[in-house]
Design a protein around this ligand. Structure first.
Ligand code: HMG
Ligand code: MG
Length: 299
């Protein structure tokens, strides 16, 4: 049985733009986020308060956030790896943050310069301070299915780090297929193992990258399991600069096309969203990789 409604967690402005070679002007990012909101998206991940040398594409977080923080009816989560990042986000009035851990040691080192255990120690005060200030905390967990350096990732290893992040106080957990290698059976096996370990499905979201064209199939498998939070990126923008072979996220338009067809509510206007992705593609100077954007536009 499928859920009547899905909450789309839009990551294009963060996961998408962090991976663009070109630096997108702050005003274009702000306009992109305003247009995503106008298209009906209500959770729009805005940027990251990480080290500017690690992700130069998002180094303008301080300039961007005040330009969008007044948009009505929209949650604007931001990525925060450590207390320095939290200070920067709170200073600007952020009400939702996301920490980001890894199920594998290699990616943890490459993305955070820390072992998995050290990263959890780094997150602990971040989550505690956020919760004390009634700031919502999402936990990302990367490499939940496969890792470019370590290969297939055992389900029990993912469950261990997932539980640790939830035990630290994360309000929700997003299961990341960072390099897009998951297939539907693997998705259902991981969700079942998490449930068996005491993690309720309603604390879980899914975050698929579309490297092997499996993102929609994986999403449907997750919906059948009861998941109702799905991450996607407008136009299929995205990747991760610290994971080789990561390509774009599941395109929000492809997701909305499927959910509309299934009669599952999202609140998103597909025509308006597509127009936004076509506009952004013009700014970036290359067409959107989303099949739905291509089918619905003349780009
Ligand atoms: P580090 O070099 O170990 O940092 O990097 P450090 O703690 O040793 O500090 C070194 C210097 O950096 C200090 O300055 C700090 O103040 C400064 P100094 O005293 O030397 O002048 N610093 C900062 N400055 C600004 N903002 C900060 C900050 N933190 C320290 N927040 C660090 C550790 C975590 C900072 C670094 O590894 C980092 O920024 N990593 C971010 C990587 C990233 O953003 N990756 C992409 C997001 S994850 C992703 O895309 C996956 C996801 O989509 C899910 C999926 O698909 O799986 C979420
Ligand atoms: Mg990602």
């Amino acid at each position: 049985e499928l859920p009547p409604r899905v909450r789309i967690h839009e990551v294009g402005a963060r996961d998408g733009l962090q991976n663009e070679k070109a630096t997108v002007p702050t005003e274009v990012k702000a306009e992109f986020i305003r247009r995503l909101a106008a298209a009906g998206l209500t959770t729009i991940e805005a940027t990251s308060f990480v080290h500017p040398k690690w992700v130069p594409q998002l180094a303008d977080a301080e300039a961007l956030f005040p330009q969008i923080s007044g948009i009505e009816g929209v949650d604007l989560p931001v990525l925060v790896p450590n207390e320095r990042g939290l200070d920067r986000a709170l200073e600007l009035g952020a009400r939702r943050i996301a920490v980001f851990g890894s199920a594998t040691e290699t990616f943890s080192q490459k993305n955070l310069n820390r072992s998995v255990a050290e990263s959890l120690t780094m997150f602990e005060p971040v989550i505690a301070r956020a919760k004390a200030g009634k700031v919502h905390v999402r936990g990302y967990l990367s490499m939940c299915f496969g890792d470019p350096w370590e290969g297939a990732v055992p389900v029990h290893q993912v469950v261990g780090v997932a539980k640790a992040l939830l035990d630290l106080g994360c309000d929700e957990l997003s299961l990341g297929d960072t390099i897009g290698v998951a297939t539907p059976g693997h998705v259902q096996a991981l969700l079942a193992a998490l449930n068996e370990a005491g993690v309720p499905t309603d604390a879980l979201g899914v975050h698929f990258h579309d490297t092997y064209g499996q993102a929609l199939s994986n999403t449907l498998a997750a919906l059948q399991h009861g998941v109702t939070t799905v991450d996607a990126s407008a136009g299929g923008l995205g990747g991760c600069p610290y994971a080789k072979s990561a390509t774009g996220n599941l395109a929000t338009e492809d997701l909305v096309w499927m959910l509309d067809g299934l009669g599952i509510e999202t609140g998103v206007d597909l025509a308006e969203l597509t127009a936004t992705s076509v506009w952004l593609a013009e700014q970036l100077g290359r067409p959107s990789p989303s099949r739905t954007v291509r089918a619905l536009s003349h780009q």
